[in-house]
Write a protein that binds this ligand. Structure first.
Ligand code: B12
Ligand code: SF4
Length: 461
């Protein structure tokens, strides 16, 4: 069976797709789980040559089309499924959106199968030809009837995961802030319960980790051409002892002589474990991606962030002391925040000397507590359908209309990225020297980033 796995293009209004391009780990993992199957990966974020005709011709050559589907991709995923179905090619989708809203298989004839939850084992069984009714975690259609097989239990030991099949993609286009990059996963899930977050629902508050030795083996799989590793874990630093062990192994194996690292971290992990941050710096970590969301305690409480504001300043101070860049992520339109509150947040992003920031409109993703709350309170229109979503603000709050939220989003980028402090950021200049062999290329990209006018660049996608 010839299988085409497609990673759909991003539709984001904050320009993230321009400043980073990430290898499709989900699809490489699936291919790794079934290494002898005839699989091709097509990442539409790097191959922009596909129109409807070309897609039609491509899909016809395959016996199955599989796709990853985040909520933002849902509309385009449906369109590709329709193309496949009119060419009699069965369709399979997996990822966060179909898992958290499995009823979409009832709504659309063009979706034949959904893999719910972790995909590796379910996909392998499908590839091996196991009867569909015996495959846990699969929803499928048979003679017009929909079958939702029981959930598949989580993989018990993440060390058993297959290695992603990296030879199926060309690594050339993948970068984070123009540094050739790869992605590595070391844990799954999160024990916290922020009301807007899909991870808690997807992994049901369970947190599982690969052992430090397995993490090192994953790092050895990073192609020589790539200099930066983004750890995709939602909560990489949750277990500080494990992280310190990983950092020591990185140093012992000298992986940090060719690699630098970026991870996602919670504010309180950093604030509570300065010794971990110090060790991470030694091992080659250069940037933490942190979801601050807001600098108002009330907002943190409403979204159930479960830490106090005093941790924020402490975490930022620890990063600055260790020369680790901070990429802060914020939500515009938190429930209870007025325009003044949002402007306060925007002002603080520069005052607290964050190195990068991104702002997102409050979004009620399917299956999250926020989604049900928003529907109940009329913050989201009853008729709202994710397949019609234009990726702009979808939630209006008691204090802010959707237009207000869009204006404040624009204002945040304008204000932060045109701030002279940001433009002369010596740490950015420092990136070049870290990656001397790519310095020419990186600096060229940097120049185009500045000369394009950063605010336009970030907003006019
Ligand atoms: C890396 C990442 C990105 C990268 C994606 C790059 C890439 N090419 O993969 C970047 C930075 C670009 C990105 C962007 C965004 N992201 Co993101 N991202 C992640 C993150 C941190 C890791 C994804 C990952 O690689 N996981 C590891 C792989 C192995 O797991 P996986 O992708 O889930 O795949 C498994 C299963 O889902 C399933 N599966 C997945 N696809 C398929 C396909 C088939 C055919 C099958 C059978 C199974 C299957 O099997 C896989 C193996 O088990 C996740 C959080 C997380 N922990 O997953 C958020 C996450 C997926 N992102 C999220 C969001 C909201 C966004 C943004 C909207 C953020 C923003 N405001 O801009 C944008 C949207 C992009 C868009 N489509 O428009 C949400 C998704 C919510 C949702 N309902 O869809 C998540 C869950 C974060 C969160 N905490 O809520 N993201
Ligand atoms: S936002 Fe981060 S800390 Fe909160 S539940 Fe999601 S992954 Fe966990």
């Amino acid at each position: 069976m010839k299988t085409l796995l497609i990673y759909p293009p991003f539709r984001i209004n904050a320009g993230m797709g321009k400043v980073m391009c990430s290898p499709p780990l989900s699809l490489m993992n699936l291919a790794g789980a079934s290494p002898d199957s005839d699989i091709e990966i097509l990442d539409l974020n790097v191959d922009h040559s596909y129109g409807i005709d070309k897609m039609e011709k491509k899909i016809r050559k395959f016996d199955l089309v599989g796709m990853s589907c985040m909520t933002n991709m849902y509309r385009i995923v449906l369109n590709i499924c329709k193309i496949a179905k009119r060419n009699d090619v069965p369709t399979l989708i997996g990822g966060f959106h179909p898992t958290l809203d499995k009823h979409i298989i009832e709504d659309y004839d063009c979706i034949d199968m959904i893999v719910r939850g972790e995909g590796e084992e379910t996909f392998k069984e499908l590839m091996d030809g196991k009867p569909k009714e015996e495959i846990l975690g699969l929803s499928y259609k048979n003679n017009g009837r929909i079958h939702n097989n029981p959930d598949r239990p989580f993989i018990r030991d993440l060390d058993d995961l297959p290695y992603p099949k990296k030879d199926l993609i060309d690594y050339d286009p993948y970068h984070y802030l123009w540094v050739p990059a790869d992605v590595v996963e070391t844990s799954r899930g999160c024990p916290f319960d922020c009301n807007f977050c899909c991870v808690t629902q997807f992994y049901q508050r369970k947190y599982r980790m690969k052992s430090p030795y397995r993490v090192i083996r994953d790092l050895y799989q990073v192609p020589e051409s790539q200099n930066l590793v983004f750890f995709v874990d939602d909560n990489f630093t949750l277990d500080s002892k494990r992280i310190i062990k990983i950092c020591k192994l990185i140093q012992q194996s000298h992986l940090n002589s060719r690699l630098r690292f970026v991870c996602q971290s919670r504010v309180d992990d950093v604030a509570n474990h300065p010794e971990m941050v110090k060790e991470m710096k030694k091992a080659g970590f250069i940037c933490f991606f942190m979801g601050f969301e807001s600098f108002r305690q009330n907002s943190l409480n409403t979204m159930n962030k479960q830490y106090k504001l005093n941790k924020v300043k402490k975490a930022i101070r620890i990063c600055h002391q260790n020369d680790i860049m901070i990429f802060g992520s914020f939500i515009i339109g938190n429930i209870g925040e007025t325009k003044e509150d949002v402007r306060f947040n925007i002002e603080m992003m520069s005052k607290l000397k964050l190195d990068f920031m991104m702002t997102n409109p409050l979004t009620a993703f399917p299956g999250t507590p926020l989604y049900y709350e928003a529907l109940e309170n009329g913050w989201v229109d009853k008729e709202f359908r994710f397949e019609d979503w234009d990726f702009g603000p979808m939630v209006k709050t008691p204090d802010l209309s959707k237009d207000d939220i869009q204006e404040l989003l624009d204002e945040s980028y304008e204000s932060f990225y045109t701030n002279p402090r940001w433009l002369v950021l010596d740490k950015i200049k420092g990136i070049k020297s870290l990656f001397s062999k790519n310095a020419g290329w990186v600096s060229k990209q940097m120049m185009s980033f500045f000369s394009n006018g950063i605010s336009k660049f970030m907003m006019n996608l």
